[in-house]
Design a protein around this ligand. Structure first.
Ligand code: HSE
Length: 436
C-alpha cells in the first residue's frame, strides 16, 4: 500500500523529533499503521536552521500555504506554534481536504471551535495529542480510554517550566527570580517566559481538557488564570510545615452550578502522588465516577516526547482516514451536535479551601478579630500557625488554613480583614485542593 504522505509545517525542536522518530521506528510504525508514514516536505522560514534541525535529505520549502494544500499531501502536521499564520494555514489545509495534526495549544484554546467546525464540514480529522502535556497521551485517555465515565474533575501540573521553578524554590529555598533565571539558563523557560509563569500555557491546556472531559465548547476566555510570579518562598515553607506542597495546578471540575476552569498556585497535600511531581515533569489526575482517580505522568515537553504524541496522531489518522467521518472519534470526545452549554463558573462561585498569610501587629486580640470575621462569613478554620516576622520584632505572620467555602465569602472576609488597622500588609491568599 502507498505510504501516508505528511507535510511538516515548521522545522523546530518538535519537527526534528518527528523526523528522527519516524525514521528510527519506521518498520514498527508500518506494522502498527498498516502502511508507511512518510514526510514529503518540510516548510520552514530559515533554510539553514531547518537543515541543521531535520538533516539534508528532506525536501524543504518556504511556501507554507503551497505545501499545506499540495495535492500529494494526506496529513498536514502544524508544528510552528503561535496563532497566525498557523490558524490560516490549518484552515487552508482543512479546506483542501487534508487531515491536520497540531501541537498548538494556544491556537486550539483560542480558535478550536472554528477549526473543529471547519474540519467537521470538510470531513477531515484534526488531532492534537501533542498540544496537552507533551508526551503524556492524556487526550486519548480522556476521550477514549475513559469514555465509560462521567468525569468529575481533571487536575494537572501541565507546565514544566513553572513546576521546575517551584521545585527549585522548595528544594533550595531560592526566590522566584533566582529560580526563573536558572530555568532560563537550563533552557526550560523561554527568553520571554510570560506564557509559562503567568499560567497562560497551562490555561490553554486545561481549556482543551475541560472541553473533552465535559463535552462543552472550548472557552479559554472564561478561564481564571493566575501564575506564580508573586509567589513568596516563605509561603512554600509554611505550606510545607502544614503538610502541603504548592503547585501551579490547572483544574476543571463539574459542580451543580456549572464548570470550574482555573489555573493558580495551589496547596496540595504532600501525601498525594501528584504533589510529588518534581522538576519539569507533568502529571494529570482524572477523577471518573467508574475508574476513580487515574494518574498520568511523564514528560510534558521536549523534542521526542512531543514527537511521540504527534506520531501517535499520525498513526491514528492513517488507521482511520477511510472510515466514514460520522463514525470517527469526535474531536471533542462528544458528538458535535451533543455539546452541552453548561456555564463556566465565575470565580466567586467556585468552592475551595484556602491558605491565608496575614502580617499583623503582635498584640492582644488580633487573632480573635481575624477568627471572628472568618466565623461571621461562615468559614471554618482547619489549621493555624504563627511565625515571628523575620524583619520586625513586633510583627508576626498568622498562617491559616480554612475548610471549603465559596470564593465570594472569602472575598468578603478578606476585604474586612484587610481593613483592620492591625493588619500590616496585603494578605496572601492561596487556594488549596485536597484532590480526594
Ligand atoms: N512551555 C511548556 C512547559 C512546554 O513549560 O511545559 C510545552 O507546552
Amino acid at each position: 500500500m502507498k505510504p501516508m504522505r505528511i507535510a511538516l509545517l515548521g522545522a523546530g525542536t518538535v519537527a526534528s523529533g518527528v523526523v528522527r522518530v519516524l525514521r528510527r521506528n519506521q518498520d514498527e510504525l508500518c506494522r502498527r499503521a498498516g502502511r508507511g508514514i512518510e514526510v514529503v516536505a518540510v516548510a520552514a522560514r530559515n533554510a539553514q536552521k531547518a537543515r541543521r534541525s531535520i538533516g539534508d535529505d528532506l525536501a524543504l520549502t518556504d511556501d507554507f500555504r503551497g505545501l499545506a494544500t499540495r495535492d500529494d499531501v494526506d496529513i498536514v502536521a502544524e508544528l510552528m506554534g503561535g496563532i497566525e499564520p498557523a490558524r490560516e494555514l490549518v484552515l487552508a489545509a482543512i479546506q483542501a481536504g487534508k487531515h491536520v495534526v497540531t501541537a498548538n495549544k494556544a491556537l486550539l484554546a483560542l480558535h478550536g471551535n472554528e477549526i473543529f467546525a471547519a474540519a467537521q464540514a470538510s470531513g477531515v480529522m484534526v488531532a492534537f495529542e501533542a498540544a496537552v502535556a507533551g508526551g503524556i497521551p492524556i487526550i486519548k485517555a480522556l476521550r477514549e480510554g475513559l469514555a465509560a465515565n462521567r468525569i468529575e474533575w481533571v487536575a494537572g501540573i501541565i507546565n514544566g517550566t513553572t513546576n521546575f521553578i517551584l521545585s527549585s524554590m522548595r528544594d533550595r529555598g531560592v526566590d522566584f527570580a533566582t529560580a526563573l533565571a536558572e530555568a532560563q539558563r537550563l533552557g526550560y523557560a523561554e527568553a520571554d517566559p510570560g506564557f509559562d509563569i503567568d499560567g497562560v500555557d497551562a490555561a490553554h491546556k486545561i481549556t482543551l481538557l475541560c472541553a473533552i472531559a465535559f463535552g462543552v465548547p472550548v472557552q479559554f476566555a472564561r478561564a481564571h488564570v493566575q501564575g506564580i510570579r508573586d509567589l513568596d518562598t516563605a509561603d512554600i515553607r509554611y505550606a510545607e510545615q502544614l503538610g502541603y506542597r504548592i503547585k501551579l495546578l490547572a483544574m476543571t471540575r463539574r459542580s451543580e452550578q456549572g464548570i470550574e476552569l482555573r489555573v493558580h498556585p495551589t496547596l496540595i497535600p504532600a501525601t498525594r502522588l501528584v504533589a510529588n511531581v518534581e522538576g519539569a515533569m507533568n502529571a494529570v489526575v482524572v477523577q471518573g465516577d467508574a475508574v476513580g482517580p487515574a494518574l498520568f505522568y511523564g514528560k510534558g515537553a521536549g523534542s521526542e516526547p512531543t514527537a511521540s504524541s504527534v506520531i501517535a496522531d499520525l498513526v491514528d489518522i492513517t488507521r482511520l482516514h477511510t472510515a466514514d467521518p460520522g463514525h470517527r472519534v469526535p474531536h471533542l470526545a462528544f458528538q458535535p451536535g451533543a455539546l452541552a452549554d453548561t456555564p463556566i463558573l465565575d470565580m466567586p462561585l467556585v468552592r475551595t479551601s484556602y491558605y491565608l498569610r496575614i502580617r499583623v501587629r503582635d498584640e492582644v486580640g488580633v487573632l480573635a478579630e481575624i477568627t471572628r470575621i472568618l466565623a461571621d462569613c461562615g468559614m471554618s478554620i482547619d489549621a493555624l500557625l504563627q511565625r515571628p516576622s523575620a524583619d520586625h520584632d513586633e510583627h508576626t505572620d498568622v498562617i491559616l488554613l480554612t475548610h471549603e467555602t465559596l470564593e465570594q465569602r472569602m472575598d468578603e472576609a478578606l476585604a474586612r480583614i484587610q481593613g483592620l488597622d492591625t493588619v500590616l500588609a496585603p494578605v496572601v491568599r492561596l487556594r488549596k485542593e485536597e484532590l480526594r
